[in-house]
Write a protein that binds this ligand. Structure first.
Ligand code: HEC
Length: 179
């Protein structure tokens, strides 16, 4: 008896699990093979920042502005100063990749500074991607990069200056397929 009640419960749960996604107003995931929902309202969603920065938007920001923004939007996870918290550190460990204890941070590992703009815009903070405007994102990039002296603290980052930044590990990658 108890077993059959349990069976009915499990069947009901399974049935609900099958039906509920259909009832939801917005699907939680993008069905494969269909045009991305809302893309026409948000053309910037379809914009990838290339390593050469060719598609970077207008705007600018510096490290002082970025510090305030970082404390407001990022430090809760990445720690004050971006040195790490519940989420990984974004700075530090530059030059560690060849050492006994290599640590991959944005500043020690990433080959292009432009990727930082792209990454922050499309995914950070995780609860609200695409919420920050271009000035704010340039400022956050300036703050993170200046923490390791990759750029000077007073540099104004924008579509021209960000691609000019040379990341410490810029030449640490090799092409899998020779060109
Ligand atoms: C709620 C916690 C949280 C907040 C707030 C947050 N992040 Fe993150 N961040 C993460 C997690 C978790 C990851 C790792 C994601 C992964 O690897 O898929 C991450 C990854 C990153 C990375 C990539 C690091 C790497 O080495 O791969 C960058 C850059 C970054 N965050 C920047 C920011 C910035 C800038 C902000 C503020 C605008 C921010 N994050 C706010 C949790 C957070």
């Amino acid at each position: 008896m108890a077993l059959s009640i349990m069976f009915i419960r499990i069947s009901l749960t399974l049935a609900l699990l099958c039906v509920l996604p259909g009832l939801a107003a917005q699907p939680l995931y993008q069905p494969l093979g269909q045009p991305a929902a809302g893309l026409s309202d948000k053309p910037e969603w379809n914009l990838t920042i290339r390593p050469d920065g060719g598609t970077l938007p207008a705007g600018s920001g510096n490290a002082a502005q970025g510090k305030l923004l970082f404390e407001q939007h990022c430090a809760a996870c990445h720690g004050f100063g971006a040195i790490g918290g519940s989420a990984m550190p974004l700075i530090g460990e530059v030059g560690s990749l060849n050492s006994e204890y290599p640590e991959k941070t944005v500043n020690s590992y990433w080959p292009y500074a432009t990727t930082l703009f792209d990454y922050i815009r499309r995914s950070m903070p995780p609860s609200d991607p695409y919420a920050l405007n271009s000035n704010q994102i340039y400022a956050l990039c300036a703050y993170i990069l200046s923490q390791d002296g990759i750029i000077k603290a007073d540099v104004e980052l924008n579509a021209v200056t960000l691609p000019q930044v040379t990341m410490p590990n810029r030449n640490g990658f090799s092409a899998i397929y020779p060109q």
